[in-house]
Design a binder for this molecule. Structure first.
Ligand code: ADP
Ligand code: MG
Length: 365
């Protein structure tokens, strides 16, 4: 690309608040996006993701707080002076223009000379693998091709920041998954700081350097996909990303936490909470007829199988524990796992490595 990607910009959002009447669309949100990073805003519908992205783009004015690009405060700068590239869910392409003209549009606005314009559009179309489609009309393209045109148009002028709001949600599952990988590769190639919005947790895990989870206008957690999956900060994050079973913990005088009479660990450092919850990911469990293992890093709970669901690569094993709480295990169906012999109403021990135990503050609900 001819764009100067070495100078992609960091974004610093500080204590950003935006209200609509009584609704806090954003409530004191602070997020730092590193230069060149791919950061995803993830949250359910109505959580404030679009509001935050539009504030970064300059299309809405926050009530309070600050947005900086690099060292520049852009909080009140109009959108056209921010130099960000944008991609929306509905593409917002010009239907009466060709593919080439659509991609050339931002360069025309910037009065880029014809030669350079031609070269940049040609390169951008190569990057999104649409070189052979330059003269086509938009209505002669598939959904995935239209999305690529929208992408090319967003980065053709060499923006230092790229913002995308659910750009793949109109595509069917298979194409969406292909485009996720394509977008990831494009980001690697361009090196441009990217803020990406989705409500799809798997999409966020697939694509992001880091994920910021938004809940009711507030930042619930920010971290790498691994950090968030392995150490969710609270109940909302643990249930929104991946699958989880939740169990109430009791604390003894020495600060050790127990479930069903079994010690699962200590109260996490620096934490002042009264109540604690054990979170178990379904793929981290092993099933045993008897407690044969001498492995002291493993802990065991007993329960009874209530349902078995065969899904090809895995079997979902639903269980009820002795105190009535439900637990879901997901077992790989490879031969050694012996999952075909499992039966509903069978009593079993479930084992989990101590290092796979997740403890979060708050009561199990
Ligand atoms: P998301 O993109 O996560 O689905 P939004 O940022 O669109 O969420 O919306 C966050 C909250 O702000 C929602 O409660 C929504 O109804 C409200 N909201 C967003 N835009 C407006 C607006 N222009 N007028 C009034 N309320 C709005
Ligand atoms: Mg939205």
């Amino acid at each position: 690309m001819t764009s100067d990607t070495s100078a992609s910009l960091s974004i610093s959002v500080t204590e950003l608040t935006k209200t609509y009447g009584k609704v806090f669309a954003l409530n004191r949100v602070s997020i730092d996006v590193k230069a060149g990073e791919f950061l995803t805003l993830l949250g359910p519908s109505g959580s404030g993701k679009t509001t935050l992205l539009m504030a970064i783009a300059g299309f809405n004015r926050p009530d309070s707080g600050r947005i900086c690009f690099g060292h520049e405060d852009v909080t009140v700068l109009p959108p056209h002076k921010r130099g960000v590239g944008m991609v929306f869910q509905n593409y917002a392409l010009f239907p009466h223009m060709s593919v080439f003209e659509n991609v050339a549009f931002p360069l025309k606005l910037r009065k880029i000379p014809a030669d350079e314009k031609h070269q940049r559009v040609t390169e951008a179309l190569q990057t999104v693998q649409l070189s052979d489609f330059a003269e086509r009309g938009i209505d002669q393209l598939s959904g995935g091709q239209r999305q690529r045109v929208a992408l090319a148009r967003a980065f053709v002028f060499g923006p230092k920041i790229l913002l995308m709001d659910e750009p793949l949600s109109a595509l069917d599952k298979k194409l969406r998954e292909e485009m996720q990988i394509e977008l990831k590769q494009l980001h690697r190639q361009l090196g441009v700081t990217t803020v990406y919005v989705t409500h799809d947790q798997r999409e966020a895990l697939t694509m992001s350097d880091r994920i910021a989870i938004i809940d009711h206008g507030e930042l619930a957690q920010i971290g790498t996909p691994r950090e968030i999956y392995n150490a969710p900060a609270n109940h909302f994050v643990a249930s929104f990303i991946g699958e989880s079973s939740f169990f109430p913990l009791t604390k003894n005088k020495s600060g050790t936490l127990h479930y069903a009479g079994v010690s699962v660990g200590k109260v996490p450092n620096r934490a002042m909470h009264e109540n604690w919850t054990l979170v178990i990911r379904p793929e981290r469990l092993s099933l045993h007829a008897t407690k044969t293992s001498k492995n002291t890093d493993k802990i065991y709970f007993s329960g009874k199988i209530t349902e078995l669901v065969y899904q090809g690569e895995t079997v979902i094993v639903m269980m009820i524990m002795e105190d009535g709480h439900n637990l879901t295990a997901r077992m790989n169906t490879r031969a050694g796992n012996d999952v075909d012999s499992l039966r509903v109403r069978q009593n079993l021990l479930v084992g989990i490595d101590k290092q796979d135990v997740i403890i979060i503050p708050g009561e199990a609900s």
